[in-house]
Design a protein around this ligand. Structure first.
Ligand SMILES: [Cu+2]
Length: 214
């Protein structure tokens, strides 16, 4: 067995050892060609029973250095997201996406607005002043979700054993990808998902020509 395969097997064993007996776990690796895909949202939708209601939590999408941070934020349905302005300039954030249309007109440095995301779906955020600012809040109808890191990996822990639909979303996917799988009690499963991503069409940020603009 090649060294990398042995390392992956050892990591999977270690991962399984940390699980409670009645919980399953899934390590997901998302790739495009040979490259790891960051900012993919992976979630598990149970097929045999309704997903339990997630505990209410709060999330934060900041405006900092005239960007949204983070770029992609997965949340469970019913989550309130705070949008603090950590810049010295004003922003004017909005969304035209169906699950949550909203607008927060010009608000100043230090202010924070919040929005309740009560319907599942993808909500694209923009700023009326800074065209290049874009971010996504991905509202999920399940408590089991995660976002891939720069290594393309994410872990889903805590789901009971059973049949699930693994769903994968990414800003550069034409449509979400899904597959069915079975999770076993006390076992760690691993899935690799190969995506075909569209080119990155984000607007290039204008160079700073002077300080204090907007
Ligand atoms: Cu802005």
């Amino acid at each position: 067995m090649p060294l990398t395969h042995r390392l992956i097997a050892a990591a999977a064993l270690l991962f399984a050892a940390t699980l409670a007996a009645q919980e399953a776990a899934l390590a997901v690796r998302v790739i495009h060609g040979e490259l790891p895909v960051a900012d993919a949202v992976v979630s598990l939708v149970p097929l045999d029973a309704p997903a339990p209601a997630p505990a209410p939590v709060e999330a934060v999408v900041a405006q900092e250095d005239k960007e949204f941070d983070p770029y992609v934020t997965p949340v469970a349905v019913g989550t309130r997201v705070n949008f603090p302005n950590r810049d010295t300039v004003q922003h004017h954030i909005y969304s035209l996406s169906k699950p949550k249309r909203f607008e927060k007109p010009l608000y100043a440095s230090g202010a924070s607005e919040s929005v309740l995301f009560d319907l599942p779906g993808v909500v694209a955020l923009g700023c009326n002043i800074h065209d290049w600012m874009i971010a996504y809040v991905v509202v999920l109808p399940t408590p089991w979700f995660a976002k891939t890191g720069t290594d393309g990996s994410a872990r889903l822990v805590g789901a009971p054993p059973g049949r699930y639909r693994l769903e994968i979303w990414h800003p550069r996917l034409a449509r979400p990808v899904s597959r069915e799988l079975v999770l076993t009690a006390g076992a760690a499963a691993a899935e690799t998902v190969a995506l075909t991503l569209k080119p990155d069409r984000r607007i290039r940020r204008a160079p700073e020509t002077r300080t204090g603009a907007y």
